[in-house]
Design a protein around this ligand. Sequence first.
Ligand code: INI
Length: 245
Amino acid sequence: MSSLAARASSGAAACGRVASAASPVSRLAAGLLPLPSGSSRPAAAAAAAAARRSPAVLPRRAPIIAAAAAAPRRHETGALVRHGSKVAKPGTRVAVVVGRFNDLVTRLLLDGCLAALEDHGVDCAADVEVAWVPGAFELPVASKAMARSGAFDAVVAIGAVVRGATTHYDAVAGGAASGLLGAGMDTGVPVVFGVLTCDTMEQALDRAGGKVGNKGGEAAATAVEMANLLADLRAEGKAAPAWGK
Ligand code: INI
């Protein structure tokens, strides 16, 4: 099997519900994630081993990302300082728009995104909608339309633009970036840029669950943080309502 094919085949099922080498349980056991209080590394390793033995769908688990200090605090000057929590509020709804072009890469980004949404407390089965579009250039129109619907608290746009030999790259990458920025700005719904812009396919795969991490997972975390921050500010009348709200 080529290294590209091997990496592609490692992209496990969506939503992180199926045990895989990259599942949160395995990452816990490997020491890559902080342990929830009351559990031990050997216990996590045993859970990971059990999950590997049984490929069955795992029961729903609690979010495993600990809440960052979400309550506003005072700077020594008295200024109010706040961050959006990395743990989703119950019922946080997320649209994920994915480009089919270079889907060897975008499927892996999608897997990373959905697993991370679950890790951050989003209920994928109830509250996540995935929409495929032909390529990165189509991400803005679909993202903006979904953001305008009022049905989502955040949108994650996923794509992979690989330079190759043509100048098409610049038009597609630039159009996707400016279009997605505009979609968020126009609607007040965070539209997260989960689009890889790389010179080579190898660089893209490195960022889709390879040696540089998974940009889809990072985009999911950004979506949760921004949805929380805007919700908190809006609850206090300190941010304008989202489109149609
Ligand atoms: N779309 C991508 O998502 N990535 C690319 O690398 C790419 N390249 O290189 O051409 C690409 N092109 C298709 C584009 O997104 C549109 O689907 C197409 O132009 C139709 O509007």
